[in-house]
Design a protein around this ligand. Sequence first.
Ligand code: UT7
Length: 329
Amino acid sequence: MSKINAVITGIGGYVPEDKLTNDELSQMMDTSDEWITTRVGIKERRILKDHSKGASFLGIMAVKDLFSKKNVNPEEIEMVICTTSTPDRIFPSTASIIAEETGIKNAYAYDIQAACTGFIVAYTSAANYIETGRYKKILIVSTEKMSASVDYTDRGTAPLFGDGAGCALVEATNEEVGFVDSIIRNDGSGFKHLHMKAGGSARPASHETVENREHFVYQEGTHVYKNAVWDMSEVSAEIMKKNNLSADDVTWLIPHQANLRIIDAVVKRTDIPYEKVIINIQKYGNTSSASIPICLWEWEKQFKKGDTIILTAFGAGFIWGALYMKWGY
Ligand code: UT7
């Protein structure tokens, strides 16, 4: 019996219309287009301005985009895995809300919290379910309303993040395409350098936590930067070596879009030429776990069946990883 593979058969995406440019940010705080462009590589980011809508809205729009492009019967989807650091609420899962609103009635749905590495973790999980033969159709939705977690008085974090969502339908196939391998690592000592101080059970919301502005992203940027550079570069090189892939064998590299200088370091370490590297950070900033599927969404038409694609990401935890797949259509 031939092996069952887990292949992406469709991609959807959505970014809100409203843009927040570097020049607009410079009116709000002590920063400049020059600083943000040279230190991070971002020119603008998308913001969901409607305060009544959460990350589920972005995810629902991405799923509707997928359904409008591809003939999918929502009732055939067996599982919805949502990745988000900005869930609508602590519970229920954002995945349940997305499933309900998109007509997915015969699936179970749950969220994964793996910060910016969420898509790599979710696709690895989906592949494991599918390769066993128990599941055939799984929807991954990576959605982030980062603007809800960003302190727009903090110039150290406010310019970095944006809102958006991407989704991928993963199906069983006997063809030699789809998920091949992934390496995912964790280092919980990273906690102190990147976290949200309050809002969870360890420190529930109170007048004090609100007054102290503890419900926002707290990041020690330089420390996180150094770890991201090292870990994303090494894990990308490691997955290539483990699978006997040279830079020539790789068709596309899709790095998490956190900082252009981090992407440069991964490119240097892997020797993958720049024209094979997918970059859209200048338009969207860091959309956390949505950044990789948003890249897949934007480049979908340029991919060819059998293309060798490497994904890599690093995020809060710390959790980081790389994934090797063969494109399926
Ligand atoms: O996706 C999850 C993982 N997150 C990341 O991967 C983010 C990783 N970190 C980074 O990308 C970078 O560390 C940042 C972009 C956040 C910061 O860049 P940096 O080169 O590490 O700058 P820095 O924090 O060391 O700050 C350098 C200087 C400081 O001024 P002094 O002390 O040298 O006078 C900052 O106060 O730049 C100043 N600065 C700013 N200046 C203008 C910090 N933020 C800004 C700003 N505009 N927005």
